[in-house]
Design a protein around this ligand. Sequence first.
Ligand SMILES: Nc1ncnc2c1ncn2[C@@H]1O[C@H](COP(=O)(O)OP(=O)(O)O)[C@@H](O)[C@H]1O
Ligand SMILES: [Mg+2]
Length: 435
Amino acid sequence: MVMKTDMLRQWLFPSARLPSAAGKRTRPANTMPPMRVRLEPTLLPPGEAFTPTQPKPGRRQITGRQAELDRILQALREEHAHVVLYTERGRGKTSLANLVIETLRQGGVIVARHTCEAGSSFDSVIRGLMRDLPRSLLAVAANDPAEIGCEAALPAGDLRPRDVVALMSRLTCRSLVCVIDEFDRIEDPGTRTRLADTIKQLSDQAVALLFMVVGVSENLEQILGQHPSIQRNLVALHLPLLTDNEIATALEKGAREAGFSLFPSIVERVVGLARGAPHMAQLLGLRLVQAASRRGDAQVAEADFDAAVDQLLAEASPSAMALYASLLAGESAAKMVRALRALAGAAQDPWGRIAILPSFRDGMAVGESYIRADEWHRLLDAQVLRPAAGAYGLYMFADRGFLHLVLLIDAQMTPLATPAQDFASAGLHRLASDH
Ligand SMILES: Nc1ncnc2c1ncn2[C@@H]1O[C@H](COP(=O)(O)OP(=O)(O)O)[C@@H](O)[C@H]1O
Ligand SMILES: [Mg+2]
């Protein structure tokens, strides 16, 4: 049976109104059909596609972080809980905070933000937050013309937690989210206690003002201090590293935006060097496309990877280089190189912690590798590694930059463009090519 198109549509969508012939829109005979314009994507300069020195400003630039965004929004919107977002430096806290703020504002939520400095105090943070709000939100008159934004909602003199609790009655918005970034930088211990007291009072009195506190820390106590009574009033999120897939996506996205393409082998090497650190993916991505662009090629080649590694090592921190050299001084340099390599490449948990356990051979076991007691103690003494807070058998690189240095040196020893069989022969190759 052959059904007519109109009959078929009516049968599938009975409630849909079929256009009657009379209602059909026809184009006046003397007009041109609409032109289809194919928009070519505009390319970004490499330094905008890859941003190693800046946080990502919002959703379009960020890779991953959906689960973390959802959790934070759920805490703020549904649970009316304050949020603490913490992790190591350079892992994407500010970028995620930008994404949270963008999403909240798009949903009509009023957000104030303030970035702390070493000398910040409770007073300067709260005043900074109020200055970030438009004056139109003031429910009280601002008498002092010098006052910026909603500063007039605050009393003069030293602020106390109860002044923050009273704030909402002086603003016209029904709810407010206050984002405080780099909270860990504040040196004054009193500020931490006052903020914790404020969170407690706001929660107890169900005031619609929520804080999102962002900072470098390994755990909640380090950032907000010991304040057990506020733990149930807040959601603490320990931001993980990106996954390897996300690192690859971030790298490919940046390259595409700058008009470059990457071989899978190069993406794989970058993923291995980044070990989940978004900052490293941005930095390597930038150096790769800069190297390709110097050659006038839009295809990043293996020689560009080697050039990027060389440049990162040439720009590495002198103190990290000196530490590396001091660890290798002595007779067992090869063993130390092996130990460092095993640690830098070891399986890690989502926060970059490595399981290291005593070995039955009187040293330490890292995955399949073995570190002799001598090297292990030297590494601990030199503070290359430290135990992760509150987790038996888990260790972290005290400075993650050092982990990347080890991997970069390793990559320089085994260049992509001139493959070498192993570390020893690569070393010989380099020595030979130096002469
Ligand atoms: N989700 C992400 N996707 C891609 N790049 C990211 C992401 N998060 C952070 N970055 C990059 O990583 C680096 C550190 O990010 P940032 O947000 O400043 O970290 P933090 O605030 O933890 O120090 C920056 O170069 C930033 O561009
Ligand atoms: Mg930051």
